[in-house]
Write a protein that binds this ligand. Structure first.
Ligand SMILES: [Mg+2]
Length: 261
């Protein structure tokens, strides 16, 4: 049921929008078929190529840090976080290759549906819901290829974090993904209010998420499997917060690969 929208969300016409080069490196996407539809003003818009690049960079970083994530989970969980997420994000990349998304919303909703379907444990539904909610928030029926503003993305990211809070029944300080994601959402919203550029906004979000993940080390887990350990969870970085920081950091590498930076 939760993934029922995935096929519909991908829609028809995706091949037309992405052009023939979608299977290749996305870095040149801004100069390709997407370029003409990038948001007016130049430099600030986040287009489909950017969101695909984000998911690719996140997948790459999770693959590189798979063992570290699993070690963190071994300390306070069940030692499967790295392998679960790596498998899930590999499936996300495959889904994006098989059905190239025609809009930012489609890219994020496809990623979310895939993670919900393919990743075991709590992290699949949590990350999956976050990406799906972000996609829904950006899905305002624009023509395929429309780029979203940093402000719209900040709002959508915030909606994704709220989806995680609700599904995980977690709040800041519980030693979960939220401790990295919520500071990132606040940083994004603040940079929009301050009128900073997209690159700076994403960099500040990445720093906030990394700081937030590190801040979970002295916390006592109150949600998830780690909460069974109580005080013994102190002294370990939360694996979900660690992977969240990687995913947020991938925004900055994606921006530098595409026109968004
Ligand atoms: Mg686990």
């Amino acid at each position: 049921m939760m993934n029922a929208a995935s096929d519909d969300a991908m829609g028809t016409g995706a091949d037309d929008a992405m052009g023939a080069g979608a299977d290749g490196p996305m870095g040149s996407g801004a100069d390709g078929p997407m370029g003409a539809e990038t948001v007016a003003g130049g430099g600030g818009g986040l287009d489909t190529a950017f969101f695909v690049a984000w998911l690719e960079e996140a997948a790459g970083e999770i693959a590189r840090q798979r063992d570290r994530l699993t070690e963190l989970d071994a300390a306070i969980g069940d030692a499967d976080h790295g392998t679960n997420l790596d498998r899930g994000f590999s499936e996300v990349l495959r889904a994006l290759r098989e059905t190239p998304p025609a809009s930012p919303a489609q890219a994020l909703m496809a990623a979310g549906a895939t993670l919900i379907r393919r990743v075991g444990g709590a992290s699949g539904p949590l990350y999956g819901s976050a990406f799906r909610q972000m996609g829904k928030a950006l899905d305002s029926g624009e023509a395929p290829g429309t780029a979203v503003t940093p402000a719209a993305f900040a709002e959508a990211f915030g909606a994704g974090v709220v989806a995680v809070e609700r599904l995980g029944k977690a709040a800041a300080g519980d030693k979960t993904m939220i401790d990295a994601l919520a500071p990132a959402a606040r940083a994004l919203a603040q940079t929009v209010r301050d009128g900073l550029g997209t690159g700076e906004a994403l960099a500040r979000a990445a720093r906030a998420a990394a700081d937030g993940a590190r801040a979970t080390v002295p916390m006592t887990a109150r949600r998830g499997r780690a909460s069974y350990l109580g005080e013994r969870s102190v002294g370990h970085e939360d694996p979900g917060a660690a992977s969240s920081a990687l995913i947020v950091a991938a925004l900055t590498t994606a921006a530098s690969r595409t026109a968004a930076g």
